[in-house]
Structure formats: C-alpha cells, structure tokens
Design a protein around this ligand. Structure first.
Ligand SMILES: [Zn+2]
Ligand SMILES: [Zn+2]
Length: 319
C-alpha cells in the first residue's frame, strides 16, 4: 500500500505503465470494494497483517500452493489480501494463510520466498484442501465484479458495487458474529452439509477480516447457500424483490428454514446503515458526500456509474 509517488517511481524504474502499476495496488479497489483505504486503522475487506515492531502477527497474506508452484516466478496476487477471497478459482482449493509447520504468517520479503522465513517449510508443497463449490462460485463472481468483467446480480444492478459488497459484508457479519446466528448456521448446514459451529476469531474483534482463511471459507460456504439464486429465483424460497414469500406459506413468522433465510436477508437489506446513502441508488442526484473525493472517484459515482465503471476497468487489471 505504497503512496502514489512510490508506485510511480517503481513503474518508471521497471518500464511499466503508471496505470498498470497502480492497478496492482489495493488502492485501485477504492470506490469499488471499499470507500478508502485507512492507513492507521484496519480497512474493510483488507486482511490485517498485525504488524508490530516490523513483525507480522496475522495471516493477512494468503496464498494458493498450486499457483505458487506453477508460476514461472512465484508472486502473490492482489486479491489474496482480501477477506472476500478464501479460495483460488483457478485450482478450486482453499487458500492457506499460515505455515503448516510453525504457524507463522507468510512474509515474502523475508527468508527464501516462497519458503517460510522461520522454519523453511515450502509454501508450494502444502496439502490441497478442496473448496466448497458454492463458495468457490460466489467468490469467483466477486473477483469478476472487482475486475470489471461482471456486475452485481441483475436485481442489484441499480446499486453500485461498493453498496453490493457492503451488503455482502453485512450478511457475512450476521452469519459469523450475530449472537443468534447459531440456529441459522445449523439450519443451512442441515440441508446442505457443512460445519455450523461458531467460528473462531483471531483476537477480540468479531469481523470477517479477523477470521483465518479456513474459518472464513467455512462461513462463506454458508453465505453462498443463503445467496443461492438471490435475490429472486424460482428455486430459492426467498424473494427480496417482492418482499414476500413466493412459496405462499410462512412469511416472517413461519419458522421454516426458508423463513430464516428470508428474515436474515431482509434484515440486512432493511438496515442500510452501513451503506453510504449516495451509493444506494443509481437514480440518486449528485452525491453530496462525494465533494471531497478525487476526480477519478467522483466520475465513478455518477448515475451512469455502472456502465462507466465497467468500461473503465475492462481488461485493465491483473488477477
Ligand atoms: Zn491457484
Ligand atoms: Zn514455518
């Protein structure tokens, strides 16, 4: 997360285009996945490294063992630093975030990368954990949206990607940290398999960014089941578009499994406190909050944002 000047210097020294170099940084996702990166505090969706006295204490740098072993020169993908990513869509496995031998986080600039800087264990030879297929598909869609190759589901196409990802985060937070989420997890897992037990957070903060990759993946599999066909599909008994229970029975008080899904997602939608008002509807007037935003982001927030955003980003980002 280097300042722009440093990125430009690096681009010049390596003969890379400035925009191309900038696209490799997490800043390039500002206004899409998160509003702004915070330097001094944890940023939404960015996995914390827990740096203390230059020592990393958290597994914020994930990796795919197969990607690293098949790279001509092993490198770490930008999206491996994001909490919405717990899988490799190319190889269908769960990302690793800790040394299997000593538990140290990856510190690529120390030791002989891609080997652990503490015990020398080779990150390329890690056992492969097959990912949950629905979580894999969901995260693949997230990455496609980030890369500008896809857009939020049809019924959400009138909200900006920033609002869409805030909504996803809210649902993930409900599934992981809501005191009453145990029943929801059990319901989903009873029908679709999976482990409904309470996730273990690393530290005292109950946020998705503070879950290990394996725990986040377990929770993402439940979110993927909740969002299956969402927000409106004939096979999904949940319909947030019509605000009704399409199967005809139950509604909010029925207590059936589908009603649990209904209630949870309605609750997420009806509490838009997390979603800045100016990104909620494409038809809104000029956003007032955008006054202090840089010009490039202001352009991205205009009513025709979705179209402009897609064309702006088309084919411009590495994985
Ligand atoms: Zn991979
Ligand atoms: Zn190690």
């Amino acid at each position: 997360m280097a300042p722009r000047d440093v990125v430009n210097d690096l681009a010049r020294l390596t003969g890379t285009g400035e925009n191309e170099a900038w696209a490799t940084t997490l800043y390039s996702l500002e206004g899409i996945l998160y509003e702004r990166i915070r330097i001094t505090n944890a940023s939404r969706w960015i996995l914390p490294l827990g740096i203390y006295h230059r020592t990393r204490r958290r597994g914020g740098q994930q990796w795919c063992a197969i990607c690293l072993s098949t790279d001509r020169q092993a490198y770490y993908r930008k999206n491996w630093r994001l909490a919405i990513v717990s899988t490799c869509s190319k190889h269908g496995i769960v990302l690793a975030d800790r040394c299997i031998d000593c538990g140290s986080p990856a510190v690529p600039h120390q030791g002989l990368d891609p080997c652990c800087h503490v015990c020398g264990s080779d990150r390329r030879s890690y056992p492969h954990v097959i990912a949950d297929s629905k979580a894999l598909q969901l995260e693949h869609n997230f990455r496609e949206i980030l890369a500008g190759r896809a857009h939020p589901p049809e019924a959400c196409s009138n909200i900006y990607p920033l609002a869409f990802f805030n909504l996803v985060r809210q649902i993930l937070s409900i599934v992981t940290a809501n005191p009453r989420a145990q029943r929801l997890r059990e319901t989903v897992c009873r029908h679709n398999g999976g482990d409904p037990s309470e996730p273990t957070f690393e530290g005292i903060i109950s946020a998705p960014e503070f879950l290990s990759s394996s725990e986040r993946h377990r929770m993402m599999a439940i979110v993927a089941q909740l969002l299956d066909g969402w927000p409106c599909a004939s096979e999904n008994p949940l319909c947030v578009i019509h605000g009704a229970h399409p199967s005809g029975g139950g509604g909010r008080t029925g207590g059936t499994e589908s009603c649990h899904r209904f209630i949870v997602l309605r609750a997420a939608l009806e509490r838009p406190g997390d979603i800045p008002s100016f990104v909620q509807r494409r038809t809104d007037a000029q956003p007032q909050h955008a006054i202090d935003l840089p010009a490039r982001r202001l352009a991205a927030l205009r009513p025709d944002h979705n179209r402009a955003w897609r064309s702006r980003r088309e084919g411009s980002l590495p994985q």
